[in-house]
Every structure is written in C-alpha cells, then in structure tokens.
Design a binder for this molecule. Structure first.
Ligand code: AMP
Ligand code: ZN
Length: 468
C-alpha cells in the first residue's frame, strides 16, 4: 500500500511496525455541536483507509477519542472551552451536552456506514494518563509551570515544526488572526498541558492534580489516549488538515519527549470540504449537517459517494448540483445491482473475480484512489463477459470497503419507490404541458428524463417508461 505521509511530504510504501497489524489513531469529534458534513468527510476518509487496510489483509487496531473537555475556541489554547460554550447555549450540563452530541455523532456514522471504532474513548476518562505524562515532562524539563498552568517548552526541541516543514513564520501562534498572546508563555509557540488558571474560571469539569484543581489542554488528550490504547509505537495517525498545526505538531512534541523515541510513522490528513464562502466550521453558526441533506431528499450514502468520487487530498467544494449528479449516479448504480440480483445466472468465474479484485485493490493501494475504485465497479457492471453471479460477488466484495449499501435491499426499494414517484410526476407534468400546447416544455421533460436513463414511450393507453 502506498500512502501520502504528511511527515515526509511524500507518497510512501506503508510498512507497519508489527507484521500484519496496523495501529491506527484518528482524532475524533469535539462533542459540543452536531458534526458538519466537512467533519464527516474526514471520518469517511478514515473509514475507507481502515477498510482498505483490512481488505488487503491487515488487522487494524483503531482508536478514536471523543473530545469532551479542554478544546478551547481557538486551537491554540485561547478563548472559552468549546464544551462550556455548548452547555451555555443549550442550558445543559457539559456532561449532558457531551452525551447528546456523542450519540448524534454515532448516528451520523451509522447513516454514512462509517464503522465506529470499538475503542471510542472520551477524553475525560483518561485524566490519570495525562497527569502521568505531564509529570514526566516536568521531570525531563520539557515542561514548566507559569501563572498556574503547565506549558510545554517548544524551545527544548530541535524539530518542533517537523510536521509542517518548518514553516515557522506562517505557523507561529502569535501571528494568527484573533489569537491573543499569553504572557505566561516563555515562547509564543509553547502550549498548555494543564490549566489551573484560565480567563474562564467557571470551567465545569475539573480534577485534582499535583498542580492544583484544573483540567487538561486539548492536545495532551490524544497523546494520552493513543499511548494508553495503542502502546508506545503507532503506525498511522489521521485527522483533517487543520489538525496538522498546532494539534498534531503538539502531539508529536509531547509524546516523543515523554517516550524518548519516535512515536508515529505515518500522518495521514484529509483535505477540507469547503462551502462556497470558504471553510466550513461549526463556529460559523449556520452549518451543513447530514440532517439538512436528508431534509432536502439526499440519502447520506449519496453524500458518501460524493466524497468517494474525489481524492481525499483534494479540497472539495460542496454544491447541491454536484450532490444531485451523485444522486443520479447512485440511483443508477442501485438499479443496476437490483437487476443483476433479479437475474442471477451463470457460473462463478474465479479468474475474472480475482482479476477485478486485484484492480480494485490496486486503485485503493495507490494512496486511496477511491474514484478509480468506483470506476472499476462500473467496469464490472458493464463487462458483458461476466456472469451475473460473478458480478454480484464482486459488488459484495467491493462494497465491504466502499460501504454504499449496494446489496441492501431496503435501500434499493426506497430508491425504486422514490424514482417511480418522480417519473410519474414528470409524466403528468408533460401531459399537462402538451394539453397547454407547451411542446417545448414537454420535450424538455422527456430529454431530462432521458439524461437520467429513463425512456418515455407514448402508447394508446398513455405514457409508459423504461429504465435503461
Ligand atoms: P472537531 O470536531 O472540530 O474537533 O473536528 C473533527 C474532525 O473534522 C477533525 O479531524 C478536523 O480536522 C476535521 N474537520 C474540521 N473541519 C473540516 C472541514 N471543513 N472539512 C473536512 N474536515 C474537517
Ligand atoms: Zn487529536
């Protein structure tokens, strides 16, 4: 398998630390609000990566955190705690907010066929681990106490900016818009490991620590959870590109200073989904969720297909037009699969099966080229030399990675019913147009349906249709 590694800025051959086993960590949601469809794009990429690794024979040990404490409004330790903000907004406790939005996140994952890692770990469950790591960092003098907080001293490292290609000037916290300088820091790039004092004294969740009653910084949670559940050596660490700095940069700094050796070999980042006005973000107030798409009549799996049709390292701009195109493709795909299921015949062609599985694997092994993998699926459907039985087995095999619900009869039935209603509505509209002598509109309706693969036939009994 070849994968782009942010750490080396190259596509590299993937070699895990232990033969056959992949230890994979993925940064999870901050559960103060619904996930937006941009967040969900990152989780779809990670899901495809995990399933691809399994498809090619690895066993994947995967961990995801749930951030329910410590993530301040700015990723650089300033502003109010996001969880507290959510609790105030909804007049609930932080724990209630965390429970509610964790469930909402799981719900979204289920709808998108994203497998939820068995090890889904709330940050608040590992406080002892963070305290232990921070104690060691203080002993080793990688950390210092200032103004009641514990900070990581980035000047102790030769290579603090290793993940960002040392573009220090662009990355330093002080020059980022809207970020206040913290007078307690020795260096502006230093970051908080443990707070006992912040400008927001009403922090709801606090714990005893050797340095007083307080709470952990955001970055330490992923180091603590990662090391606790995957051990000292990790193969792959994932997240969205906005996690590269400061979050993952800080994770590397503190984990490797604590462990005394390299921590993770491959850093895989999914590019953002933007809306027309720029990056999607939860703090923007009005943001696109999966439920909004559903309300507009788009199945979550159409959104999954939308994501898989582009490469995970390319910025995607969301538009309903492109989503609509994916809906048409998705429905076509389901119709073809159900007609194969309805006409199962022929022998199982083992050689052809292997040939197509290899092509499918090669596409995914090439830095997760999901759109090529989907093209191979269409090639299978079109291949007249394949029996329906072989096709069906290939579809099942591919869908163990793509997870588009291709063999789920409940999904195809809903799509069939929706499609039929849509066609009947168009036939009626065309009949009315003809009655009103608006032949241009009538022709447009016929042409539009043809674009969708639906042929209208005018008979004495009325208009019928055929799906290509
Ligand atoms: P958060 O819940 O804000 O901690 O983010 C959860 C995940 O979504 C992280 O991996 C982020 O890097 C990722 N993410 C945030 N915004 C976007 C976006 N617009 N497009 C894709 N991924 C994003
Ligand atoms: Zn993280």
């Amino acid at each position: 398998m070849k994968i782009y590694n942010t750490l080396t800025r190259k596509i590299e051959a993937f070699v895990p630390n232990e033969k056959g086993i992949v230890r994979m960590y993925t940064c999870g949601p901050t559960v103060y609000h619904y996930a937006h469809i941009g967040n969900l794009r990152s989780y779809i990429t990670e899901d495809i990566l995990e399933k691809t690794l399994e498809y090619i024979g690895y066993q994947v040990d995967r961990v995801m955190n749930i951030t329910d404490v410590g993530h301040l409004s700015s990723d650089s330790d300033s502003g109010e705690d996001k969880m507290l903000k959510g609790a105030k907004r909804e007049h609930k406790s932080v724990l209630d907010i965390a429970a509610f939005y964790t469930d909402a996140f799981k719900n979204d994952c289920n709808k998108l066929h994203i497998r939820i890692p068995e090890k889904l770990i709330p940050a608040t469950s590992c406080i002892d681990e963070y305290i232990h790591i921070i104690e060691r960092l203080l002993e080793k003098e990688y950390a210092y106490i200032s103004g009641g907080n514990i900070y990581f001293d980035t000047s102790k490292l030769d290579d603090y900016y290793v993940l960002t290609n040392h573009k220090e000037d662009e990355m330093v916290v002080g020059v980022r818009e809207g970020v206040e300088k913290d007078a307690n820091k020795r260096n502006q790039a230093d970051f908080v490991l443990w707070f006992t004092k912040s400008k927001f004294d009403d922090q709801e969740l606090k714990w005893d620590s050797p340095w007083g009653y307080g709470y952990p910084g955001w970055h330490i949670e992923c180091s603590g959870i990662g090391i606790k559940y995957l051990g000292e050596y990790m193969d792959i660490h994932c997240g969205g590109v906005d996690n590269i700095f400061p979050h993952h940069t800080n994770e590397i700094a503190q984990s490797e200073s604590f462990l005394g050796h390299k921590w993770c070999n491959y850093w895989v980042h999914s590019e953002h989904l933007n809306d027309e006005t720029g990056k999607m973000s939860k703090s923007k107030g009005d943001f696109l969720t999966l439920s909004v798409l559903e309300e507009k009549g788009y199945s979550p799996l159409v959104y999954r297909l939308f994501c898989l049709n582009s490469h995970y390292r390319k910025t995607l701009v969301f538009s309903y037009d492109i989503l609509e195109q994916n809906k048409v493709v998705y429905e076509k795909l389901l119709r073809r699969v159900s007609s194969i299921q309805a006409n199962l015949s022929g022998e199982f062609q083992a050689t052809d099966f292997e040939k197509y599985c290899t092509l499918f694997k090669e596409a995914l092994k090439n830095d997760l080229n999901t759109s090529n993998a989907i093209t191979i699926l269409f090639d299978v459907l079109k291949d007249e030399g394949l029996t329906n039985l072989t096709k069906l087995k290939l579809i099942g095999s591919f869908d163990s990675v793509l997870s588009l619900g291709l063999l789920d009869s409940a999904i195809s039935k809903t799509v069939d019913a929706e499609l039929e209603q849509h066609i009947l509505k168009m036939i009626e509209k065309r009949r009315e147009a003809k009655m009103n002598k608006d032949f241009m509109l009538a022709d447009t309706i016929r042409a539009n349906l043809l674009d969708e693969g639906i042929v209208l036939k005018d008979t004495r009994e009325g208009t019928t249709y055929e799906i290509l």
